[in-house]
Design a protein around this ligand. Sequence first.
Ligand code: F6P
Length: 349
Amino acid sequence: MQAIGVLTSGGDAPGMNAAVRAVAKIGAARGVRVVGIDDGYDGLIERRFRELAAPGRVDPAIERISAVGGTVLGSARCARFREPDGRQRAAASLDGMGLVVIGGDGSLTGAHLLAREHGVRFVGIPASIDNDIGCTASALGVDTALNTIVDACDRIGDTASSHRRAFVVEVMGRRSGYLAMAGAVAVGADGVLLPEHGRSEAAVVEAVEKLIRKGFEGGKRRVLVLKAEGVEVPCTRLVRLVEEKLTGVEVRATVLGHLVRGGAPTYHDRMIANRLSLAAVDGLLAGATDEMVAWLPTVRGGTETTDPYVRRFPMEHVLEETRALLEGTSVVTKWRLGLLERVEGVLPL
Ligand code: F6P
């Protein structure tokens, strides 16, 4: 393999740039060209390429991109790629290059189809703030997103305490409640609303009403509830319905939205970006394909790498475990929820 293409795809995530830079530097050190592909699969179909590295040389322009959130290559959701003809054009564009795909479930599924339908050789690096990718304990962007949530909730706590108010803060996560769950414990929230709870609107309203009553009756100056966006009661509607049940209590809604996806990557996201990229490039050059590198794997199996914290898993296994994560049948989802159930009663005390 004389050249490797690298692309970022799906929702951007802090740490993607650190991975792009690492792939370029490691490829150059291993004596191969590294080509950056703009705007994910859209750019691959259109051959929007840029030289990131040649054997022994890296474009100086990417030297400091590790410190920058988002992705300098750009990302796009590509409808054409969902069609066989689009995937055929994408495979032809690679012209025999290996491929590193940095992205989430949808992006890795697309690469899996390229491998199966056209024999494209790729290794995936998990990147999604939702942390909804199977086999890996963390994906790029999760740690930075959680630090953003902590900072935002600390700020909201300041004003909520000043006015003895309750706040419902909504965080991203698509169908995964991971960010809300991990964030709630870190910020000392009184409670958390997860799609994995599978509650009705009425049950969600009742749960929040109880948490607020308990908090203020217990003398708290502020009550904070984190809500995953996958809980389909709109935040402002939830706050209105709860306020109707409470007298003399002010409740406010804050939707963090895309704030949670931006920002300079933390040490942790930069560190795992580099170590996952090393395993991905070395794996690809050693002949691995249709696999994803996983950080602190959450399931048995996989292929060892030179890094004891990183193993490679076949995409079939990753996608199967991802489905189980989101359906709630995964052991990982079960122990995460089990852990939360053991602390949930502690949160509002
Ligand atoms: O998958 C990452 C994510 O940020 C989700 O948490 C969120 O639901 C979605 O992307 C938002 O997508 P878009 O940026 O296309 O609105």
